[in-house]
Design a protein around this ligand. Structure first.
Ligand code: PAF
Length: 283
């Protein structure tokens, strides 16, 4: 069933809770792709009921143009969910901005023990306040047992775990591996805005991460960073916003490797005016 208001959704959730059914939740901004479907498959497998929200959250965009251009395909998304999972024990929530925010769409302020100050937090001011605001709202209405997030937005995944810990919510956050297009580009709703050729060319980001992983085994962090920057310099159509190597747990960018730590390489690059994000475990 599709619910457009949080009131009607809450009534349905209350019914499910009375039946002691386990709820698996996949929050999305729509323009669904196979990456989202894989999160839903996991949610369906682990729980009795799948709840999906489709809402382009205005407060997490730091750029009005990006918000305007974000693909919106709600009817197609609903059709896809039903085609994949049927209509039984599937709940879809597609609210309006007013249903979520009332008259004024503003975000609350969140502190995630420093996870918010680096990478996406530093480059997109207010982004994680917007993400925290919408997820606190959705978690309160959906009351899931499990909620599923892709590792493509690895920083978001860590921040959501911190949010749930800080708010003391009884929700298990499940991270799911990155799904890729045939050439290697990480699946994302933003890929819709790329030309066919650019979608192929963007595999360069994945290939660079793979090279960084190999280089990282026998070289220092500054050397790996320099190698990545040089590769991007040879790619005039693609603009590197940042490449950062950080500890998986703290997300603090590092210059020296320490044994027993797990490191990840994070890339943000621009192609045809589209901001693309990807990451890979390096050790
Ligand atoms: O990852 C996303 O699509 C969004 O940040 C989320 C988690 C649905 C919140 O709007």
């Amino acid at each position: 069933m599709v619910f457009k208001t949080h009131k009607t959704l809450s009534t349905q959730i209350e019914k499910l809770k009375k039946e002691s059914l386990k709820i698996g939740f996949v929050p999305t901004m729509g323009a669904l792709h196979l990456g989202h479907i894989s999160l839903m498959e996991q949610a369906k497998k682990d729980n009795d009921v799948l709840v999906v929200s489709i809402f382009v959250n205005p407060t997490q965009f730091d750029n009005a143009g990006d918000l305007k251009k974000y693909p919106r395909t709600v009817d197609k998304d609903i059709e896809l969910i039903y085609k994949q999972f049927g209509k039984t024990q599937v709940v879809i929530y597609t609210p309006s901005i007013e249903d979520v925010y009332g008259k004024q769409a503003v975000s609350k302020r969140y502190f995630y023990d420093g996870l918010e100050h680096v990478m996406e937090g530093a480059n997109r001011p207010g982004h994680f306040d917007g993400v925290g605001t919408i997820l606190e709202f959705l978690f309160d209405k959906v009351r899931p047992d499990h909620a599923y997030f892709g590792e493509k937005d690895f920083q978001q995944l860590q921040i959501v775990k911190k949010l749930v810990e800080k708010l003391n919510l009884p929700i298990k956050i499940v991270g799911c591996s990155i799904k890729r297009e045939p050439h290697g580009l990480a699946m994302s709703s933003r890929n819709e805005r790329l030309s066919k050729q650019a979608r192929k060319d963007a595999a360069f980001i994945y290939n660079t991460l793979q090279k960084a992983k190999i280089h990282f085994q026998s070289h220092s962090i500054p050397s790996t960073t320099e190698m990545v920057q040089k590769l991007f310099q040879q790619q005039p159509d693609m603009k590197l916003e940042y490449f950062t190597i950080a500890s998986e747990e703290t997300l603090v960018p590092v210059k020296r490797k320490f044994k027993k730590h797990t490191y990840r390489g994070f890339i943000v690059a621009h192609l045809e005016g589209v901001r693309l994000i990807d990451n890979m475990r390096l050790s």
